[in-house]
Design a protein around this ligand. Structure first.
Ligand code: AVJ
Length: 334
């Protein structure tokens, strides 16, 4: 850690899951041995994949992260005033880059919450945490190390104090509708009447811009997509011919989602050493590697309502490109 005298304001805990989280082997057995073939999106993010995702955010075509950051920069003050948090819990905090807008607003407004980032990457949280406690003398950071898809029932947050739960990046869009509702219900279960959820969601827009955002001219998203096969080769002793797979990004208008896929360039078989099995891939056969759901104001309201939540403020980017929604319990007093 960079600033050792600050460790009293920088703590961490490992979060044990409430329920069994599927292993990579389980997921590959369920997804790759069935048709259509699919893989969960979370396996993109090894160290290299996380770097590639940062590089995607810097491409001109990938607008969501810039749109979200601009909304945070513009509305952090009103969000902090509305939520008045004593505790700020962030799911999938990564390097906490965008959260800095919220913490800066807290600083300006004299609101001093404890920050609880929750992520699988302990190192990223501790690096960001060390920087943040150095910046704000009032701030304590308590990093929660774990996989939030394993449940939120065992977090060491104190019972008292108002909570602001932050779930940014459009990550909820990676979940299929039923799983997104289940995730929001788990979040709602952590909330009392005055607590708030801040949710970042990408919006439905014209197909051309959506598909371009997931197929940038520099080929960064293509490299990110193929990287999941490199992860499988390494972790499962597999032999995917990674470079022979073609990146595809298709907007499914019925389900209102981008589907990222990898299409095999030629007929071949793949050995999955750790599963002691072989799969045959035909030329053109696809593996679905990610869903990224896009929302409308109406579908956001329906999603929140299905989880017992309701929007208390809705900040949208110009032209409706992106939404930052503040929500509370539907049965709360507002
Ligand atoms: C980080 C999951 C929100 O779905 O837009 C970016 C990941 N995939 N380009 C998204 C992603 C391809 C991203 N999320």
């Amino acid at each position: 850690m960079r600033v050792s005298e600050q460790t009293d304001r920088l703590a961490s805990s490992v979060v044990t899951p409430d329920r069994a989280v599927a292993t990579l082997t389980d997921d590959v057995r369920a997804g790759l041995l069935s048709r259509p073939r699919w893989l969960p999106a979370k396996y993109f993010y090894d160290d290299h994949g996380s770097e590639l995702f940062e590089a995607i955010c810097a491409t001109p075509a990938y607008y969501p992260s810039r749109a979200e950051e601009a909304l945070l920069a513009a509305h952090a003050g009103s969000i902090v005033e509305a939520a008045s948090p004593d505790h700020m819990l962030e799911l999938g905090s990564g390097s906490s880059r965008k959260t800095r807008h919220l913490l800066a607003a807290c600083d300006r407004l004299g609101r001093h919450p404890v920050y609880w980032p929750f992520d699988v990457s302990a190192q990223m949280m501790l690096d960001a945490g060390a920087d943040l406690v150095g910046r704000y003398p009032w701030l304590s950071v308590h990093a929660l190390i774990g996989d939030y898809t394993g449940g939120l029932g065992r977090l060491p947050l104190p019972h008292s104090g108002r909570r602001l739960i932050v779930f940014l990046g459009g990550t909820l869009g990676n979940f299929e509708p039923a799983a997104a509702i289940a995730m929001l219900r788990e979040i709602a279960a952590l909330m009392r009447a005055d607590d708030r959820l801040l949710l970042g969601l990408d919006r439905v827009k014209d197909r051309g811009r959506l598909e371009a955002a997931y197929d940038d001219a520099e080929g960064v998203t293509a490299a990110f997509n193929r990287n999941v096969l490199t992860v499988l080769n390494r972790e499962l002793d597999a032999d995917f011919p990674v470079a022979d797979y073609r990146h595809r990004a298709v907007f499914d208008t019925e389900h209102e989602r981008i589907e990222m896929r990898l299409a095999a360039g030629h007929d071949h078989s793949v050995r999955l050493g750790a599963l002691d099995t072989v799969i045959d891939m035909a030329a053109g056969e696809e593996i679905v590697t990610e869903f990224s759901h896009k929302f409308t104001p109406a579908s956001i309201e329906r999603l929140l309502a299905a989880a017992g939540l309701a929007a208390t403020a809705h900040h949208e980017a110009e032209g409706g490109d992106y939404s930052l929604v503040l929500a509370g319990r539907a049965d709360g007093d507002g």
